[in-house]
Design a protein around this ligand. Structure first.
Ligand code: SF4
Length: 295
C-alpha cells in the first residue's frame, strides 16, 4: 500500500447536526476498493485520482494524536464518509484500530459506517469508548439478496455477512443500525427488498434504519455507473437516461417505497428519522454516564 503525505486528519464536520450528530470527520484512507457501482465519492468534484486504489496517509496516527490533544471541544468523530475505513489493507495495518484507541484515550466518541464485517474485530475498543462517550455504528445494506449485493458492491462481504456483524455489535451492547442507502431505481427499489432489509435489520439487533433515498449521479461517477449497468443490467442505462436525463438525484419512480419504508420501520419499532437516531444514541450514553455518577 502506498503512503501519501498529509497535513491534517481531523476536520470540523460542517454538517454535524445532520450527519448522525458527528462533530468532526476523518478519512484515514484515500480511495476505496469496494467497487460499489453507485459510489458518489468517485465523482469528479472530490478530485480523488485513481479512486479504486487505497492509500494511507504518512504518519497519520501521530498527526491525529496531536490534533486530538489540542482540540478544546470533545465530540463525536465521523469515520468512513469518503472511503470505507475497513478496506482489505486494514486487517494488516490496523490504522483504524489504532485511531480508535486514540479516540478512546482522548475522550472522543465515534460515528462509523462500513460495509465490511472486519468491524467486529474492534468491538473491544468500541465498548471501551462507549463506556463514557457516544458510539453509533452503521452497516450499509442496500440489497437483501446476497447475489445482488455482490453485483452492486462487488469487493466487500455480502449483505448476510454484514447482518451477522450487526448482530455481534448489537449483542455487545453497541448502538448499531442500517444505512439503507442508496435505494437504486429499477434495481433495489422493490417493496420486497425494502421490507426484507428492515425485517433482517430488526432481527439482527438494529436500533434504526436510515435512508437518504435514491442514487446520486454526477460527472465521472455517472459514466462509471452506466458502464456497470451495461455490464450487469441489460438495457437499464437507456431507461435511466430516459427517466432521469442529467438529474443529480435519481429517486425511485415507485412512490410507495417511501411509505413502505416508514410503515415497516414503525412496525418493528425502529428509528428512521435522523434527529431521533441522534437523540437516542446520545441519550443512551448519557444514561450510562449518569448511572456511573450515582453508583
Ligand atoms: S464503500 Fe463507500 S466509499 Fe467505498 S466504494 Fe462503496 S460507496 Fe464508495
Amino acid at each position: 500500500m502506498e503512503f501519501i503525505p498529509a497535513k491534517t486528519i481531523l476536520q470540523k464536520f460542517t454538517h454535524g447536526d445532520n450527519w448522525f450528530g458527528a462533530d468532526y470527520n476523518m478519512n484515514l484512507y484515500k480511495g476505496c476498493s469496494h467497487g460499489c457501482i453507485y459510489c458518489d465519492s468517485r465523482s469528479d468534484c472530490y478530485q480523488v485520482e485513481n479512486f479504486d486504489t487505497v492509500r494511507a496517509k504518512k504518519d497519520e496516527l501521530q498527526i491525529l494524536e496531536k490534533e486530538l490533544q489540542t482540540k478544546r471541544k470533545k465530540g463525536v468523530i465521523g469515520i468512513g464518509a469518503m472511503s470505507d475505513t475497513y478496506n482489505p489493507f486494514e486487517k494488516q495495518y490496523e490504522i483504524t484500530r489504532n485511531a480508535l484507541k486514540l479516540i478512546n484515550r482522548y475522550g472522543f466518541g465515534v460515528s462509523l459506517e462500513t460495509k465490511s464485517d472486519l468491524i467486529v474485530r474492534d468491538i473491544d475498543i468500541f465498548k471501551e469508548i462507549n463506556r463514557l462517550q457516544n458510539v453509533i455504528l452503521k452497516l450499509t445494506i442496500t440489497a437483501s439478496d446476497d447475489d445482488l449485493s455482490k453485483i452492486i458492491e462487488p469487493n466487500v462481504c455480502r449483505s448476510s455477512e454484514r447482518l451477522k456483524a450487526m448482530k455481534q455489535l448489537a449483542d455487545a451492547g453497541l448502538f448499531v443500525g442500517t444505512l439503507l442507502t442508496p435505494i437504486i431505481p429499477f434495481i433495489t427499489d422493490t417493496e420486497e427488498n425494502v421490507k426484507q432489509i428492515i425485517r433482517l435489520s430488526y432481527e439482527n439487533g438494529a436500533k434504526f434504519v436510515w435512508s437518504m433515498g435514491g442514487v446520486t449521479l454526477r460527472e465521472n461517477q455517472r459514466t462509471y455507473f452506466y458502464n456497470q449497468l451495461d455490464k450487469h443490467f441489460n438495457g437499464l442505462k437507456d431507461k435511466y437516461i430516459k427517466t432521469f436525463g442529467n438529474h443529480y438525484i435519481c429517486n425511485s419512480p415507485n412512490k410507495n417505497i417511501a411509505i413502505i419504508f416508514k410503515e415497516e420501520c414503525q412496525k418493528y419499532g425502529l428509528l428512521y428519522k435522523m434527529e431521533d437516531i441522534v437523540k437516542s444514541y446520545k441519550n443512551t450514553n448519557e444514561k450510562v454516564k449518569q448511572l456511573k455518577l450515582f453508583s
